[in-house]
Design a protein around this ligand. Structure first.
Ligand SMILES: [Cu+2]
Length: 133
């Protein structure tokens, strides 16, 4: 019986930590990653995305190395919906260290399509994704 009590205690404490970790991850923002040709594109926000201004970081890697000399543009758009016109925003991302960074404004909640246009050594790449907020 003592053993069972011990086991239940450990499980309870375990659940407590799992719950706490969940809270932490939801306040940590998000990261999404994918391929655009030979490039691995990652975009992230240190904070959860909100309606309004968001600082978004883009990292581009090729063969495991950071690509720091590309032209990077981030476009978010929402297709026309009943009672709502098409909306979009295009931002040129500014290189900072190994990343590119920019302020992106989402004007409403819902699903936003995300396109990241990259120009590197005269070649063009496109990464497509989406976010929900
Ligand atoms: Cu909308």
């Amino acid at each position: 019986m003592k053993k069972l009590f011990k086991l239940v205690s450990i499980l309870t404490i375990g659940l407590f930590f799992v719950a706490c970790n969940d809270d932490n991850s939801s306040s940590k923002g998000f990261t999404k990653s994918g391929k655009a040709g030979s490039l691995t594109v990652t975009y992230s926000s240190a904070k959860p995305l909100v309606v309004g201004d968001n600082t978004i970081d883009v990292s581009i890697r090729e063969g495991g190395k950071a690509v720091t000399d590309a032209k990077v543009e981030l476009k978010v758009f929402m297709p026309e919906m009943p009672g709502m016109p098409y909306m979009d925003e295009v931002k040129t991302m500014v290189a900072s260290g190994d990343n590119y960074s920019g302020n992106v404004n989402f004007s409403m909640g819902g699903t936003w399509q995300v396109k990241i246009f990259i120009e590197k050594d005269g070649k063009k790449y496109k990464y497509s994704s989406s976010v929900i907020l």
